[in-house]
Design a protein around this ligand. Structure first.
Ligand code: ZN
Length: 282
C-alpha cells in the first residue's frame, strides 16, 4: 500500500497518478489528518486490505503532496551508518548506533523551496522508517512489525553549527533548521518491497548524481536500530527514524560541494519515488 498526504489529507494511491481520500472512503473512520492514522495503524491496514470504494479518485499532483507523517512526536536519526561515509568523515566505525534528533519542526514535504541559513548546508539522502505500532524493548526479530512503512528523506545539515565546539557537538541543532527534514513523496508499506532491507537510494544536485547506495550496506539495519532505540526510548506511532547516509556528502569532498541558492536537489528511493527541492537564501 502507498499512503499519501494529499493537500493535507490522508489518501491511498490506487494507480499511478490517482488516489482515494481515506476520510471519504472510510466515512470518517480514518483521516483526514495524515498524522492521526498511525494511532490506528493496525485497524487502518485491516480496513484497507478488506477493500474500499475506489470509484471516487483524484489526480495526484506532485506539488500537492505533503510529508506522509507531517507532525511526528519524535524524529530519530542515525549517524555513520555506512562504512564509506564513516571513512570519508575520518571517524571510526561505531560499535553501537550513533543517535541524534532532528527536532520535529524541521519536517517538511517532498517538494518546494527551502531557505538556506548562513553557513555550509549539505545533503544526505536517507531511507526513513515510520513507526506504526508503539515499540518498547522490541527485539530485532520482530522489529518490522512495528514499522508502518518506508519513505525517503534528506538529513539536510548545516555543517558549521553541526560540528561547532568540542565533542559532543551540535548535530541536532545543525540539522534542525526549518525544512531540514523533508520526507516523501509517499509512505510505502514494507510488504511492497522484495526486500525492505535492500533498497536503492540516491540523490542528485543540479542533475549530477552525488550519492547512491543500497540500504543493505547499512552497518545497523532498520531492525537493529529499532532494537537499540526501543531498549531505551518508547517509539510512538508516527515517529520518524532517519537511518543514515552513504558516502558522497559535499562536506567531505575536496573542494567542498555545498548547496547554494537556486540549486535543485532530487532525492529518490527505489519503489518509493522522488522528492524535488530548490533552495533560496534567507
Ligand atoms: Zn544523516
Amino acid at each position: 500500500m502507498r499512503i499519501l498526504n494529499l493537500s493535507g489529507r490522508l489518501a491511498i494511491e490506487v494507480d499511478d497518478g490517482h488516489a482515494v481520500d481515506v476520510a471519504h472512503a472510510s466515512a470518517g473512520r480514518f483521516g483526514p489528518d495524515p498524522q492521526s492514522v498511525y494511532q490506528q495503524w493496525d485497524e487502518f491496514v485491516s480496513w484497507a486490505e478488506g477493500g474500499f470504494d475506489r470509484s471516487v479518485r483524484e489526480p495526484v499532483e506532485p506539488g500537492s503532496l505533503g510529508a506522509p507523517a507531517p507532525r511526528p512526536g519524535q524524529v530519530f536519526a542515525v549517524g555513520l551508518n555506512y562504512r564509506e561515509h564513516a571513512s570519508e568523515a575520518g571517524l571510526d566505525l561505531p560499535e553501537i548506533p550513533v543517535v541524534f534528533t532532528k527536532f520535529p519542526s524541521s519536517v517538511t514535504g517532498p517538494s518546494g523551496v527551502i531557505a538556506l541559513p548562513k553557513g555550509s548546508v549539505d545533503f544526505e539522502v536517507e531511507l526513513v522508517a515510520v513507526v506504526g505500532r508503539a515499540a518498547s524493548g522490541v527485539d530485532a526479530a520482530t522489529a518490522w512489525t512495528h514499522i508502518a512503512g518506508l519513505t525517503v528523506g534528506q538529513d539536510l545539515s548545516e555543517r558549521e553549527l553541526q560540528l561547532a565546539g568540542p565533542a559532543p557537538q551540535q548535530f541536532s541543532m545543525g540539522k534542525s533548521y526549518p525544512g531540514f527534514a523533508p520526507v516523501g513523496p509517499v509512505l510505502v508499506t514494507p510488504d511492497e518491497f522484495d526486500d525492505p532491507d535492500d533498497i536503492a537510494i540516491s540523490c542528485t544536485l543540479n542533475g549530477v548524481e552525488v550519492q547512491r547506495t543500497r540500504t543493505s550496506d547499512m552497518i545497523f539495519s532498520i531492525p537493529a536500530i529499532v532494537e537499540f532505540l526501543s531498549a531505551v526510548v518508547t517509539l510512538w506511532p508516527g515517529d520518524l527514524i532517519f537511518t543514515g547516509t552513504p558516502s558522497g556528502v559535499g562536506w567531505a569532498r575536496d573542494p567542498k560541494l555545498l548547496i547554494g541558492a537556486g540549486d535543485e536537489l532530487v532525492t529518490g528511493a527505489e519503489g518509493i519515488g522522488q522528492m524535488r527541492h530548490t533552495f533560496r537564501n534567507t
